[in-house]
Design a protein around this ligand. Structure first.
Ligand SMILES: NC(=O)c1ccc[n+]([C@@H]2O[C@H](COP(=O)([O-])OP(=O)(O)OC[C@H]3O[C@@H](n4cnc5c(N)ncnc54)[C@H](O)[C@@H]3O)[C@@H](O)[C@H]2O)c1
Length: 432
C-alpha cells in the first residue's frame, strides 16, 4: 500500500518505519526541514532503540522516503496518517491546531479517494472536526479514521510491531477494510484488532493513559503512607501485584510521572469531560498527587541538610524514563529547578538526554560525561531515572568521589540495608 505519514516525531517516525518494514511504500512528511534533511541521510533526531537500523534498511531498499512536500505525498498515497503533536493548550485541553492545519493541507492536495487517519492523541469529536475541515476544501470522496497509538517510548518498535491491540475507529466499510489489510501483518500473533466508532477509539486512548497514570499516583500515595507508618512499599507492591485482578506492571513508586503524554492527556481528559459537564474527580486527585510527588525528593534533601544553599547535588538520570532522550515534563526538571532555587549547585549525567538537557538548562548546571564524573565533590546524589547502568555501580568509587555519602534514590534501585553496609546515608521512596 502507498502511505503518507505526516509528522515524524516519536509516533509518526516509528509508524512510518514499521509500515515500510512490512512492505508498504511510505513517505514521511514533516514541516521541519532540518529534521527531514537528517532523516533523508539516515540520521534520526531522537533516541529510540532499534529505530535507526530499521530506518536505514527500509530507506536503502527504497520503501521509505522523507519530504517536506505534503501535496505530492498526499497525491501519491491511498492512506494519509496525521501524527503531529497535540500539546497542552492554555486551558488544559489538547491543542488541535497542528492536526487541523494538516487536515486542511491534505484536503487541498487530494486527487481522489483517500483515507485520512488520526494517529495523534485527540479528544472525542476530533474525527468529526477533521471531516468538516476536509469537506470544506474538497469534493473528492474520503473517509476519516481514528487510530490512536499505544506505543511506549523506549520500546516503541516492539510495541508497534507486536501491539497488545490495534484500535480502529472507522465508520464505513471501505476504510475499515483498508485499515484491516494494513494492520494484518502486525496482528498475526492474535493481537486483537478492535474496530469501533471514532468517539470510542478517541476515548480509549485517553482512558488507557489515565488508568496508567492513576496506578502510578495510587502507588506513590501507598509509598508515602508506607513511609509514614513504617512499612516497606517493595513488599506491599509484590503482595498487591501478585493478585491476578491487579497485575504487577505500573506499580513502582517513584518521583512522579512525566513525559509528553501522561501529564497532558490526564489534563485533556479532565477538560473534555468538564466540557461535557462531567467532573472527573479521580483524575484531579491523580494529577495533584503527581505534582506533589515530583517535589518529594527535594523535600527530603532539605530536611536532611537543613539548607541546600551552597551544597552540590549530583543528579543521575534526566530523561522522563530510561531508553529515551525525551525530557518533556520530566521529574528531573522539577527537581533541578527547586535545587537551583534553593541555592544548590547541580551536576548531572544521563546516558542519552545530555543534549536535550543542555538546550533546556544551558549554563545553569554542570554536565558530566559519565555517571561517576557527576559525583566529584557532591554533597549528595539524587537518582531520578532508572537507567540500567545505574543499578550496579562501584560504591567504593562513589564514596571516594563524593564529599559526603548521601543518596536520595527516587527509583528504589538499591536495598536500604545494603546501602547502610556500604557506608551511605540512603533515602528512597516508601522504604525505611
Ligand atoms: N510520544 C509518545 O510516546 C506517544 C505515544 C502515543 C501517542 N502519542 C501522541 O502522538 C502524537 C504525536 O506525538 P509525538 O511524541 O510523536 O510528537 P512530536 O512532537 O515528537 O512530533 C510531532 C512532529 O510533527 C511535526 N509537525 C507539526 N506540525 C506539522 C505540520 N503542520 N506538518 C508537518 N509536520 C508537522 C513536528 O515537526 C514534529 O516532527 C501526539 O498527539 C501524542 O500525544 C505520543
Amino acid at each position: 500500500m502507498k502511505i503518507a505519514v505526516v509528522g515524524t516525531g516519536y509516533v509518526g517516525l516509528v509508524a512510518g518505519v514499521c509500515f515500510a518494514e512490512s512492505g508498504n511504500d511510505v513517505v514521511c512528511v514533516d514541516n521541519d526541514a532540518s529534521k527531514v534533511r537528517a532523516l533523508s541521510k539516515g540520521k534520526i533526531p531522537i533516541y529510540e532503540p532499534g529505530l535507526e537500523e530499521l530506518l536505514r534498511r527500509n530507506r536503502s531498499e527504497g520503501r521509505l522516503t522523507f519530504t517536506t512536500a505534503l501535496p505530492k505525498a498526499v497525491r501519491d498515497s491511498a492512506i494519509v496518517f496525521i501524527a503531529v503533536g497535540t500539546p497542552q493548550g492554555e486551558d488544559g485541553s489538547a491543542d488541535l491546531q497542528h492536526v487541523l492545519a494538516v487536515a486542511k493541507d491534505v484536503a487541498k492536495a487530494m486527487n481522489g479517494y483517500k483515507v485520512i487517519v488520526n494517529k495523534s492523541t485527540v479528544p472525542v469529536g476530533t474525527a468529526e472536526r477533521v471531516r468538516e475541515v476536509i469537506r470544506r476544501e474538497t469534493t473528492h470522496p474520503f473517509s476519516v479514521v481514528s487510530n490512536p497509538e499505544f506505543l511506549k517510548q523506549g520500546a516503541a518498535i516492539d510495541d508497534f510491531m507486536k501491539p497488545d491491540r490495534v484500535v480502529i475507529g472507522a465508520e464505513d466499510d471501505r476504510s475499515k477494510e483498508m485499515m484491516l489489510e494494513l494492520y494484518a501483518p502486525f496482528t498475526r500473533t492474535d493481537a486483537p484488532i478492535m474496530v469501533m466508532d471514532c468517539a470510542s477509539a478517541e476515548l480509549a486512548k485517553y482512558a488507557a493513559n489515565a488508568m496508567l497514570a492513576t496506578r502510578i499516583s495510587f502507588m506513590n500515595e501507598v509509598a508515602n503512607v508506607c513511609e509514614a507508618v513504617g512499612a516497606d512499599v517493595d513488599q506491599v507492591r509484590r503482595a498487591v501485584g501478585s493478585d491476578r485482578r491487579i497485575g504487577t506492571s505500573f506499580l513502582f513508586p517513584g518521583v512522579g510521572y512525566g513525559g509528553s503524554c501522561f501529564p497532558k492527556d490526564v489534563k485533556a481528559m479532565m477538560r473534555f469531560a468538564e466540557d461535557s459537564e462531567y467532573d472527573f474527580r479521580i483524575l484531579k486527585a491523580v494529577e495533584a498527587v503527581n505534582v506533589t510527588q515530583k517535589t518529594r525528593l527535594a523535600a527530603k534533601m532539605k530536611k536532611h541538610f537543613g539548607t541546600l544553599k551552597g551544597k552540590t547535588v549530583a543528579v543521575w538520570g534526566l530523561a522522563f524514563k530510561p531508553k529515551t532522550d525525551d525530557m518533556r515534563e520530566a521529574p528531573s526538571i522539577a527537581l533541578i529547578e527547586s535545587l537551583l532555587a534553593a541555592g544548590a549547585a547541580v551536576q548531572v549525567y544521563d546516558p542519552e538526554a545530555m543534549g536535550v538537557a543542555k538546550k533546556h538548562f544551558g549554563s545553569r548546571i554542570t554536565y558530566a560525561d559519565a555517571n561517576y564524573g557527576a559525583l566529584k565533590g557532591a554533597d549528595a546524589l539524587a537518582i531520578v531515572t532508572e537507567w540500567n547502568e545505574f543499578r550496579r555501580p562501584d560504591f567504593d568509587r562513589m564514596r571516594s568521589l563524593m564529599k559526603s555519602p548521601v543518596i536520595f534514590d527516587g527509583r528504589n534501585l538499591f536495598a536500604p540495608a545494603q546501602m547502610k553496609q556500604n557506608g551511605f546515608t540512603y533515602y528512597s521512596i516508601g522504604r525505611r
